[in-house]
Design a protein around this ligand. Sequence first.
Ligand code: ATP
Length: 375
Amino acid sequence: MTGKLFSETIMKNLNIVSFAGDGIGPEISAATLQVIEAANQALGLGLAVTHGDVGFAALERHGHTIPETTMEQARNADGIILGPCDTYGYPVPPDQGGANPSSKLRLSLDLYANMRPSRTIPGVPSLVPQMDLVIARENTEGFYADRNMFMGSGEFMPTPDVALAVRKITAASSKRITVAACEEAMKRRKHLTIVSKANVLKLSDGLFLREARAVAAQYPDLAVDEVLVDAMASLLVRTPEVYDVIVTTNMFGDILSNQASELAGGLGLAGSLNAGDTHAMAQASHGSAPDIASKDLANPSSVMFSTSMLLVWLAERHQRPALKRAAGLIDQAIFDTLANPKTRTADLGGKLGTRAFGNAVCARFSTLANDPRDC
Ligand code: ATP
């Protein structure tokens, strides 16, 4: 390969598609994209951001909350940023146009690893003194009726007064989420906690545990322990500082991660990445918060942190260290902005609106990016 061709290859633009979603989605997505654009300009990241429709905007324009045009954009993108979706308000049944965009994207793109960090931030009020952990949540099966069947739903009612739900656990999915968790733990404090309810769900969680143990055994440098999910809920409150990476099945991970993020400072800080082998999607852990939508009140940190996780994923996938540096600077800019009580949003007792908070993070980012000592 000639030098010219080589440099063109490595400088190829990466296409990031943003789906703003419902409720507070458009506001927190706009504030996040402002920070991404600042990083793109300052560090020459080669990111090209495009937009697409999901949720009510897509329903109005295309008759479906996740139309094929949106799926096409997602499949072709190098990275996706999904805003929260107000799925409660969508038409039922879903085949009348109201499918859940989040689960459709997770399933179609096989985004099996939902990585959900929760960490206390110096200077920011939290319910526990110290926490810095990641919950690796299996994303494609479990109790989730909209994704655990090839055809039909995992929930059904044999009579008007009896409702049944199927929980699907497979060896393959248990294995790959544990690989993702072990890899993450190897980059961190090298401690893996396997969470299940295998004492009661002996077959399904027994299978998850069998696979998780087998994978973890391949990582001799990891300290591995096992905790039952009910005990884990207590231990997250009592000794959260002990935990590093927690791997668990879909619903347990969903619940524990909301608990962890609330303990660490609040849902407005809760970022996450849905990652597969070929695609990744940044997505806040919280919902669309319709109660504060269109009021310039929402905290966009959750999507900003999620997007920074996406940049790290892209940096590793495309060997572009500048993206990793950008992610570090964005995280630090958010930490610094949150640490000052005068530049916090209302959920953290501050007075800044979503837009003003985005401006403050951008300003801090510029300062950090121009600091020769870096951060
Ligand atoms: P959905 O029906 O989409 O799940 P929800 O309001 O039931 O929405 P969440 O959106 O997860 O559930 O949020 C619960 C509460 O947490 C909201 O009412 C809101 O007050 C608060 N909240 C969530 N996200 C944020 C945010 N980014 N900034 C500020 N407050 C938030």
